[in-house]
Design a protein around this ligand. Structure first.
Ligand code: ZN
Ligand code: ZN
Length: 247
């Protein structure tokens, strides 16, 4: 097994410990064709990169190069409304190489319905089953609308932190050419959702490290074992070479 590209890594620009060039160097040493700097969108509390810093982040990524590994300017955007809006700063929208989106529990939502769902219904859901059902429907709708509304390359860690119908999401992603992420940091938490998604449709997947330290970049071993343990066809993972061709 050889990882080809790691599209989801973090740096000190948010809350991880390496620099952009550290990540690129680590990817180079792993022999990756590409590595993505995918910092958190501004609406993620405490760790999101503020809107005003995105142009500088874009410039730094553009100015960091290697002869063997492509550095991608990606983003891990947050879904901030049930209608599928995301916190993508307009100033960098056109320059992104890949748009990754996901649900995170601690975001600043927009709109009354967004606030109610994230911070009202979610706590009520701890006590009441009907509220849990409504929550599940609302977050499923948020992600589905987001994939329909934007050109999303990857939905990150589906089912992690907030519950969704991954089967329904997978069907929409398959139609839109959006990939679901097998996130090596959260394998256990997403196992049921990935399994359900794989069975529900022929959606494709990417494996990502979600590295918060350069040494984690391209560390796909657990992710690959996970794919095999769920019986997912290896051909559906687009960023791993499972077998080297005989020379
Ligand atoms: Zn995340
Ligand atoms: Zn991440």
């Amino acid at each position: 097994m050889r990882p080809l590209a790691d599209y989801h890594t973090h740096t000190r620009w948010s809350h991880a410990s390496g620099s952009i060039s550290d990540n690129l160097r680590a990817a180079e040493q792993m022999g990756l064709q590409a590595v993505g700097i995918a910092e958190h969108g501004p609406n993620l509390l405490f760790v999101g990169v503020p809107r005003r810093r995105w142009p500088a982040l874009r410039q730094t990524v553009a100015g960091t190069r290697s002869s063997s590994t492509r550095l991608l300017f990606n983003m891990e955007a947050n879904v901030i409304s049930i209608a599928g809006d995301i916190d993508l700063p307009p100033a960098v929208k056109e320059d992104l190489d890949m748009l990754l989106v996901g649900l995170h529990p601690r975001v600043v939502p927009v709109g009354l319905e967004g606030w109610w769902t994230y911070y009202g219904l979610r706590w009520l859901g701890l006590l009441s089953r009907p509220c849990r059902h409504r929550l599940y429907d609302a977050f499923t709708q948020a992600l589905v609308s987001c994939v329909q509304k934007h050109r999303v390359d990857i939905v990150v860690h589906p089912g992690y932190g907030l519950p969704i119908d991954s089967g329904e999401l997978a069907g929409v992603c398959a139609k839109r050419g959006t990939r679901l992420e097998i996130n090596c940091r959260h394998l256990e938490a997403i196992a049921r959702d990935i399994s359900r998604a794989a069975k529900a449709s022929d959606v494709e997947f990417v494996i990502s490290s979600d590295a918060h330290h350069p040494r984690e970049i391209g560390g796909f071993e657990a992710g690959c074992r996970f794919v095999d343990s769920l019986g997912i066809d290896r051909e559906r993972i687009i960023n791993v070479a499972w077998q080297e061709k005989a020379r």
